[in-house]
Design a protein around this ligand. Structure first.
Ligand SMILES: Cc1cc2nc3c(=O)[nH]c(=O)nc-3n(C[C@H](O)[C@H](O)[C@H](O)COP(=O)(O)OP(=O)(O)OC[C@H]3O[C@@H](n4cnc5c(N)ncnc54)[C@H](O)[C@@H]3O)c2cc1C
Length: 523
C-alpha cells in the first residue's frame, strides 16, 4: 500500500469506478455545481524550495531533505490542506523530515534545534485538521519536522493492572495488533484511527468512538514520558492522585508546543464479548435531542449514542426521516448488555422514538452509517477533486444552551454558504454526549470554485466559529487548537491561565522552538 502525499490514507483505497459515480450523483443533489474532476499534481513538479538546513553529521542519517517527503509533511489532512495540495500550493514545506529511532535521537534533535533556533514540528500520523503540523510561522524561520512513527512498539504489558507502556509514534492498527496476543485492547478508535498515532492522540486530547464515559484519550492515561528541551518529564504510574495539579494534564493537549511525548502507560481493557445495538427514529428533532439527553443522563453509558439529524441520516445512513435517528450501542467484556439497550430504547420511546421491538444482531441504519463513516475521508477527497467543499467543524455546549447554539450555528453556516457558494447543506450529529451536554459535529457540503475553495471554506469557518464563540460553545471538542483555532482559543481560555501556559512554555522550551505559534503566541 502507498500513502497518498496529498490526501487521506492509501492511494489504492481512493474512491473510483462505480463508487465514484454514485458519490457524484449524490453530490449533485446536495450541492449542485460543476463537478469537473481535477487530477492531483505530480509531487515532483511542485518546485518545493531547497532546504535551508544542514544537520550536524551525527544526525544527518535521521534526516531527509527529499522534496517529495517534505511536501507530504507540509500539511495536515483538513479540507483546506487537501485543497491546497491539489492546487500545488505548498509555500511552507519543512526544511527537513527527521525520523528518530529512539528517545536519545529525539533529545539530540531537540538539542540541535534549540541551539540553532530551528523550529521543531512534532509529527505523528499528520492527520491534524487545525494546521497543527504546518511549519507556517510569522518569521519564516527554518523547520525540522520530527516524524515519530519509528517509535512504534508496545514495550511492556502489565496484565495485573491492565496497562501497557507504549511508544508514542505507533499508528492505531499496529498498536492494537501488538495488544491482541495479550487479549487486551486500548479501544480508542477516532475516525482517523488507521493513520494517527498514540502521541498525536495524547497531544491533541483526541476523542475516540466511545460516546459516553471514556470519550477522550485523557481518560485512558496512567502516566506519560515527555522529552522537553529542559529535560525529560516522566510522571508516576498511578490509578489516581490528588498530589497537586496533574503533570499529565499539562502535557495532554499540549500539541507539540511543550515537549515531545515519547511513551505513555495506557489503561487497557478486555475485548468486548457482549454487544447490542439499535437505531431509533424520530419525527421531531427537538424530541430526538430530549431523548438523547435522557439517555445521557440515565447512567446507562452506551458505547455509542450518536444522534444524526435528518440531513446526516439521509446522506450517510440512507434513512429518510423528519426529525433524526439515534444510533445506540452497548458493549461489555463482562456482562450481557441487552437490558441496558432495552432501557435506553424505552427512554427514547417516552420521547416519541420508534424502534423495532426486537433489536436484531445487525441494524441496517447503523451499519450503513458506520461503513460510510469509514469511507468519509476518502469520499471527501474525491469530492474535493471535483471542486466540492466538504468539511466538518465541532464543538460542545451544555444542554441548556444547545438549542440556541444549534440554531445560531446552523443559520451562520447557511448564510455563509449562500454568500460564498450559493447553495449547500449543513448536517449535524452528536459525536459524544455527557450528562450535562452534547458534542455537536457539523458537516458542510457546498459547491466550490476550483482555485477559490480555500478562501470559500475560510469564510464559512470564520462565520461558524464566531457563532460558536458567541453562544458559549468551545472552539473545539476534540480537533485541537493548532494554528487555525488560535484566535478563538485565545478568547476562550482565562487570561491568567494563558499567562501560566506561556510561562510553562518558557520554562520547558526556553528557545521557543517547539511548534511556534501553537497554543500560545510565538515569542
Ligand atoms: C478524516 C479525519 C478524521 C478524524 N477523526 C478524529 C476523531 O474521530 N477524533 C479526534 O479526536 N480527532 C480526529 N481527527 C483529527 C486527528 O486525527 C487527531 O487530532 C489525531 O489525534 C492526530 O493524531 P496524529 O498522530 O495524526 O497527530 P499529528 O497530526 O501528526 O499531530 C497533531 C498535533 O499533535 C502534535 N504531536 C503529534 N505527535 C506528538 C508527540 N509524540 N508528542 C508531542 N506532540 C505531538 C503535533 O505537533 C500536532 O500539533 C480526524 C482527522 C481526520 C483527517
Amino acid at each position: 500500500m502507498a500513502r497518498s502525499w496529498w490526501g487521506w490514507g492509501n492511494v489504492e483505497d481512493a474512491v473510483r469506478g462505480a463508487e465514484l459515480d454514485a458519490l457524484l450523483a449524490r453530490a449533485r443533489a446536495l450541492a449542485p455545481g460543476e463537478l469537473t474532476g481535477h487530477e492531483p499534481p505530480d509531487v515532483g513538479s511542485l518546485g518545493v524550495p531547497a532546504t535551508r538546513l544542514a544537520p550536524p553529521p551525527s544526525l544527518a542519517g535521521l534526516c531527509s531533505a527529499d522534496p517529495a517527503d517534505r511536501a507530504a509533511h507540509a500539511h495536515g489532512k483538513a479540507f483546506r490542506d487537501v485543497a491546497r495540495n491539489l492546487l500545488g500550493d505548498l509555500p511552507h514545506a519543512p526544511d527537513l523530515v527527521a525520523r528518530p529511532r529512539d528517545e536519545r535521537d529525539v533529545a539530540d534533535l531537540l538539542d540541535w534545534c534549540s541551539g540553532d533556533r530551528v523550529a521543531v514540528i512534532p509529527y505523528g500520523g499528520g492527520s491534524s485538521v487545525v494546521g497543527g503540523i504546518e511549519p507556517r510561522f510569522a518569521d519564516g524561520r527554518p523547520a525540522v519536522t520530527i516524524d515519530l512513527t519509528r517509535l512504534d512498539r508496545v514495550l511492556e504489558v502489565d496484565p495485573v493492572s491492565r496497562a501497557a507502556r507504549i511508544q508514542a509514534g505507533v499508528l492505531g492498527p499496529h498498536l492494537e495488533d501488538q495488544l491482541r496476543p495479550h487479549g487486551l485492547t486500548l479501544r480508542h478508535f477516532p475516525q482517523s484511527f488507521e493513520f494517527s498515532t498514540l502521541g498525536g492522540w495524547l497531544a491533541t486530547r483526541a476523542g475516540g468512538h466511545f460516546a459516553t464515559l471514556n470519550t477522550h484519550i485523557d481518560d485512558l492515561v496512567e502516566s506519560m514520558r515527555v522529552v522537553t528541551p529542559s529535560g525529560v518529564a516522566e510522571s508516576r504510574r498511578l490509578p489516581g492522585s490528588g498530589a497537586g495539579p496533574s503533570p499529565d494534564r499539562l502535557f495532554l493537549g499540549s500539541e507539540g508546543a511543550l515537549g515531545i511525548i515519547t511513551e505513555a502507560w495506557m489503561r487497557l481493557r478486555e475485548r468486548p464479548r457482549w454487544r447490542a445495538k439499535a437505531s431509533v427514529r424520530f419525527a421531531d428533532y427537538a424530541a430526538a435531542v430530549a431523548a438523547t439527553r435522557a439517555v445521557a443522563q440515565s447512567g446507562l453509558n452506551p458505547a455509542n449514542c450518536r444522534l444524526l439529524d435528518a440531513a446526516e441520516a439521509l446522506v450517510n445512513a440512507g434513512v429518510a426521516v423528519d426529525g433524526g435517528v439515534l444510533v445506540l450501542a452497548f458493549e461489555s467484556a463482562d456482562h450481557p448488555v441487552r437490558a441496558s439497550l432495552d432501557r435506553a430504547v424505552e427512554l427514547c420511546r417516552d420521547h416519541g422514538g420508534e424502534a423495532p421491538d426486537e433489536p436484531a444482531d445487525s441494524d441496517p441504519a447503523s451499519d450503513r452509517w458506520r461503513s460510510s463513516f469509514l469511507r468519509m475521508p476518502y469520499q471527501r477527497d474525491a469530492l474535493a477533486r471535483h471542486a466540492l467543499i466538504v468539511e466538518t467543524f465541532e464543538t460542545s455546549c451544555t444542554w441548556d444552551g444547545f438549542d440556541r447554539l444549534h440554531r445560531a450555528v446552523t443559520a451562520a453556516a447557511r448564510d455563509a454558504i449562500r454568500d460564498v457558494a450559493g447553495d449547500g447543506v449543513v448536517a449535524c450529529r452528536f459525536t459524544h454526549v455527557y450528562p450535562d451536554g452534547p458534542a455537536p459535529y457539523f458537516t458542510v457540503y457546498a459547491p466550490g470554485r476550483w482555485g477559490a475553495m480555500v478562501a470559500q471554506w475560510d469564510g464559512i469557518k470564520t462565520a461558524v466559529s464566531e457563532a460558536i464563540a458567541a453562544h458559549g460553545g468551545t472552539i473545539t471538542h476534540h480537533h485541537a487548537v493548532g494554528r487555525d483555532h488560535r484566535p478563538w482559543y485565545d478568547r476562550q481560555r482565562p487570561g491568567p491561565f494563558g499567562a501560566a501556559l506561556t510561562a510553562a512554555k518558557a520554562a520547558l522550551d526556553p528557545a521557543g522552538v517547539l511548534n511556534p505559534g501553537v497554543l500560545v503566541p510565538a515569542p
